[in-house]
Design a protein around this ligand. Structure first.
Ligand code: SF4
Ligand code: SF4
Length: 79
C-alpha cells in the first residue's frame, strides 16, 4: 500500500479545471468557499483517499501548481 499526497499551490492556480477534468478518480474540485490572491477559486483536494498517484493532474496543470509525493513504507528488517 502506498500513501499519496497531492499538494496544490493555491496562489499559482488559475482555476482552469484541467486537473479536475483529467483526474480519473474525482480527487479534485474547485474550492466552493474561497478565492486565492489572484481572485480565482483554487483547486483543492476533496477525496484524498481516492488518489492513485498517477500524476495526470500535475502533468496537465499549465501553471505547474501541483506536486505529487508518493510515500512507500520501508520494508521491515525483522528477523
Ligand atoms: S495524482 Fe492522479 S488520482 Fe491523484 S489527484 Fe492527480 S490525477 Fe487524480
Ligand atoms: S490545472 Fe492547475 S491552474 Fe488549472 S485548476 Fe488545476 S491546479 Fe489550478
Amino acid at each position: 500500500m502506498k500513501a499519496v499526497t497531492v499538494s496544490i499551490d493555491r496562489d499559482r492556480c488559475k482555476g482552469c479545471e484541467l486537473c479536475i477534468s483529467f483526474c480519473p478518480t474525482g480527487v479534485l474540485a474547485l474550492s466552493d468557499r474561497d478565492f486565492n490572491a489572484s481572485g480565482y477559486r483554487p483547486a483543492v483536494v476533496v477525496r484524498p483517499d481516492a488518489c492513485t498517484g498517477c500524476a495526470h493532474c500535475a502533468r496537465m496543470c499549465p501553471e505547474a501548481a501541483i506536486s505529487i509525493a508518493v510515500l512507500r513504507p520501508t520494508t521491515s528488517m525483522a528477523r
